[in-house]
Each structure stands twice: as C-alpha cells, then as structure tokens.
Design a protein. Structure first.
Length: 242
C-alpha cells in the first residue's frame, strides 16, 4: 500500500521533532506518559506542585538522555496555569504539538464531610484546569499545524477545533497502581472486589495507560478524534459490586 501523502512508515510511528506539555508528570500515570513521549522522540515539558518530586524525576530523565524540562505549577491556580503556558510558549517558540491534561486528584471523604474548599479544589484541579489550559494552548496547537489535545471536553473540542487540524481524544484509566490509588489499594476487600470485576483479572500499571496516550499522539492515529478510550482491563463493561 502506498505511503499516504508521502509520509514514511517510520515517521508515522515517531514523535521526533514534536513538542509536548504533560501536566502532573512527576509521578504515576503522568510520569509514565512523559517517558513514553520522550522515548518516541518528543521534547516534553511537564509540571508538578511538588518541586522535590519534580527535580528527582527531571534528574532521572536527564540520566536517560530524554529531552524533558519542568516547572513548578499548581494547575488549580489560574495564575499558575497562565504562567505555565507562557513558559511553554517561550520554550517552544510559540508552537505546541501535544497537550496532555493529565492532572487529576480526589479527596477521600464521605460526601457530607466535604467542605466548600474541598469541592472548589477538586473542580479547579480536575475540570477547570483542563478547560482553561486547552483555551490557553489553542494558539500554540494551531500554530503547530498538527496537534493533539487530550482532555475531558473531548467531543466539543474535536468538532470545534478540527478545522485547525487539532485532534482531541480522552483516555479513561480504570483501576491503576499509582501513588493516588495507594491508600485504597491497601484494603484487601477493595482490591479483591476490583480484580473480581475486571475481566483481565488484575490491577493495571501506569505504563499500560501511557502507551495508549502515546499512540493517540502519533501521526499513525491521524484519523482518530473525539473519542474516549478506556484502558481498564474491561472493568467499565463489567461493573463493580463491593
């Protein structure tokens, strides 16, 4: 089969020459995504609230020869988000190929124990940061001519930004071993319930999510947009009963 538009097979499976911003990349799924994109040739900028964790990760990536930079940023803060995107724009000369809105958190409390501050923190971190960073990144993504944004407002942006040659997809992880899930995973009852309702019969690893994210960023996935794809071992089609 002829190579489409003169694009070689090797370049379809490479991110060489591309730039990426991955939020929350110092640990867990974000760390794995940074590594995956860097291994495929991308130059990556990431951020974290925790400067010590970020510096430790950056040192590891430098040792491995990856092109990764980082900055301290709390994506729950609007000012921090604006400063982050200004830094990325300056570093990548006003162009960005890949935006991965990875940051997500939870507060393990009963609903009636939630404070207004707890709720605001979750909304700002998990929802508003994704929407606002997408807004801020749009000029950079558009300028790169072929860009990929991954976030929770997938379908709307996939339709609205297709004219700018920006693809938007969402990856929905299932039960994955990360620092965020460490506490509930210590409860044998919870782990057994999750595994029993997961067709593949085990908890997933961060690398099993990052590989899917990386694939969606590749030129080989150029006709995939507006999709939410689960990486959950079949959990979402089976349900959970504890």
């Amino acid at each position: 089969m002829a190579e489409r538009d003169g694009v070689s097979k090797s370049s379809r499976w490479s991110l060489q020459g591309m730039t990426a911003l991955v939020t929350g990349g110092s640990k867990g799924i974000g760390y794995a995504i940074v590594e995956e994109l860097a291994q495929l040739g991308a130059t990556v900028h990431t951020c974290s609230r925790n400067e010590a964790e970020l510096n430790e990760s950056l040192n590891e990536w430098t040792t491995k020869g990856y092109r990764v930079t980082g900055s301290v940023c709390d994506v729950a803060s609007r000012i921090d988000r604006e400063e982050l995107m200004a830094r990325v724009s300056s570093q990548f000369n006003g162009k960005l190929n890949i935006l991965v809105n990875n940051v997500g958190t939870n507060i393990q409390k009963l609903t009636l124990d939630f404070t207004a501050e707890d709720f605001a923190f979750l909304i700002n971190t998990n929802l508003e940061s994704c929407f606002h960073l997408s807004q801020l990144a749009h000029p950079l993504l558009k300028a790169s001519e072929a860009a990929i944004a991954m976030n929770q407002v997938t379908k709307n942006l996939a339709c609205e930004w297709a004219k700018d040659n920006i693809r938007t997809n969402c990856v929905a992880p299932g039960p994955i071993r990360t620092p965020l899930s460490e506490k509930p995973m210590k409860e044998e009852r919870v782990v057994n319930a999750v595994i029993s309702q997961t067709p593949l019969g085990r908890i997933g690893e961060a690398e099993e999510v990052s590989s899917l994210v990386a694939f969606l960023c590749l030129p080989a996935a150029s006709y995939i947009t507006g999709q939410t794809i689960c990486a959950d071992g079949g959990f979402s089609v089976n349900g959970l009963y504890i």
